[in-house]
Design a protein around this ligand. Structure first.
Ligand code: NDP
Ligand code: HSE
Length: 436
């Protein structure tokens, strides 16, 4: 049988990794897919970035529309990134009856509902395994492997750059800016690295995970998002003293009134496997009612790990080329007509525990005032740690860990605590999850 002809948009980090994996493992891939897979036409603005050996045998253009309009191309692989022209290119490829593979989580999280509807109408597939967790086949695991479960919650370290920065800062005392520059050199970071450090990339990925876990439409705009830029060495050290690690987590949870969707720094007990996922590695913990907890771990970014996921999607698409479109695995795991309208909960309604760090005047009665305020908001304390007083200022640091609480109650309590004259600085609050 003739090889399947692929058009590639983007020859950067992931484009290069994909081409190298396809070439090196061509024979194994053909044995799995039943046909060879060959990139015949590729687009990039600066083609000098591509390794000459990688592009042997391809027609190269600077205009990606030439690729999506090429009648020889059967599958388009979008590895350019960004919203536009990626959206227009993917929609054009679909209109032209081509299957699409993409690693572009920003595109899927924000325009996925439109893209999947167009693909459904045209009877083509849009595959996006590489969009979440780099090389970890977590989309396939949730969409297919856990199809017998009602998913209760999932929590993941889903940004490699952020985890790399936090690990290097904690273990080697390196500067934030210095580690971010290294992540960029290694090809881990997004074109705009604020997406990595402000949690936007993780929110894109959480949007996708929540849709396939709960069968809800993609709702990126409803994700609560905090990045890693405000985490201090001080909090990392205090968390460590109390037996916790601070990780940047994406959390999606089925709660009584709807779905929690949130991305933020989180204390997790050091003994949990996921607390020990370091560097560029990612991990997603998924709790299904039948299977219990399952954990998916691997490289969250980088050329060949991400190429591995892109190629796996290509193999799936090639296998599905001859199957009836109505009988393929649905894009968002659930049949398009069966998506649920469960509401996404406002942050005030989310249930979570907290780590609080307070700077207070070291005077009798201060702690009693604080605990009275917490008690009045139905917040129960799990642990309190008072650090030695700073002689010069006469101020002390108090660390409080709470049990689970309605977030709105905690925000009200913090406002009351900050209004006390004995509290000398804004209260630092980091959410805490036991992930049991
Ligand atoms: P790069 O910036 O390394 O590569 C992007 C490629 O697309 C470059 O070849 C670029 O050309 C080309 N390109 C961009 N815009 C255009 C355009 N308008 N016309 C023609 N060519 C264009 O990005 P990555 O490979 O890192 O990322 C690609 C996608 O994969 C993104 O969606 C990213 O989020 C996703 N991803 C990345 C991972 C990673 O580890 N890097 C992991 C998982 C997903 P030029 O260089 O000339 O600008
Ligand atoms: N910038 C992303 C990350 C790439 O660091 O996780 C992988 O999606």
């Amino acid at each position: 049988m003739n090889p399947v002809k692929v058009g590639l948009l983007g020859l950067g980090t992931v484009g290069g990794g994909t081409v190298r994996v396809l070439k090196r493992n061509a024979a194994e891939i053909a044995r799995r897919a039943g046909r060879g897979i060959e990139v015949v036409h590729a687009a990039a603005r600066d083609t000098s970035r591509a390794h000459p050996e990688d592009i042997v045998g391809m027609r190269i253009t600077q205009d990606p529309f030439e690729v999506v309009n090429d009648p020889e191309v059967e599958v388009v692989v979008e590895l350019m990134g960004g919203y536009s022209p990626a959206r227009e290119l993917v929609l054009k490829a679909i209109e032209n009856g081509k299957h699409v593979v993409t690693a572009n989580k920003a595109l899927i999280a924000t325009h996925g509902n439109e893209i999947f509807a167009a693909a459904q109408r045209k009877g083509v597939t849009v595959a996006f395994e590489a969009a979440v967790g780099g090389g970890i086949p977590v989309i396939k695991a949730i969409r297919e492997g856990l199809a017998g479960n009602t998913i209760q919650w999932l929590a993941g370290i889903i940004n490699g750059t952020g985890n790399f920065i936090l690990t290097e800062m904690r273990d080697k005392g390196r500067d934030f800016a210095d580690v971010l520059a290294e992540a960029q050199r290694l090809g881990y970071a997004e074109a705009d690295p604020t997406f990595d450090v402000e949690g936007i990339d993780a929110a894109h990925k959480l949007t996708i995970l929540a849709s396939i876990a709960f069968g809800i439409p993609l709702q990126f705009e409803r994700v609560y998002t905090e990045g890693i830029t405000k985490i201090t060495r001080e909090d990392v050290a205090y968390a460590g003293e109390l037996g916790y690690r601070i990780k940047h987590l994406g959390i999606a949870r089925r709660a009584s009134g709807g779905i929690e969707l949130r991305v933020h720094p989180t204390l997790i007990p050091q003994r949990r496997l996921i607390a020990n996922v370091d560097g560029v590695m990612n991990a997603v913990l998924v709790y299904g009612d039948a299977v219990g907890p399952t954990l998916y771990y691997g490289a969250g970014a980088g050329a060949e790990p991400t190429g591995s996921a892109v190629v796996a999607d290509l193999v799936d698409v090639v296998r599905a080329l001859t199957s009836d479109p109505e009988n393929r695995v649905p894009h968002l795991a659930f049949q398009p007509g069966s998506l649920s309208d469960l509401p996404i909960l406002p942050m005030a309604e989310v249930q979570t525990a907290f780590y609080l760090r307070l700077r207070v005047a070291d005077r009798p009665g201060v702690l009693a005032e604080i605990t009275r305020i917490l008690g009045s908001r139905e917040i129960s304390i799990e642990a309190i740690l008072q650090k030695e007083t700073d002689d010069a200022s006469g101020e002390a640091t108090i660390i409080i860990l709470t049990h689970g609480v309605r977030e709105g109650n905690m925000m009200d309590a913090i406002a009351d605590i900050e209004a006390l004259t004995t509290v000398k600085a804004p209260v630092v609050r980091i959410r805490l999850e036991n992930l049991k």
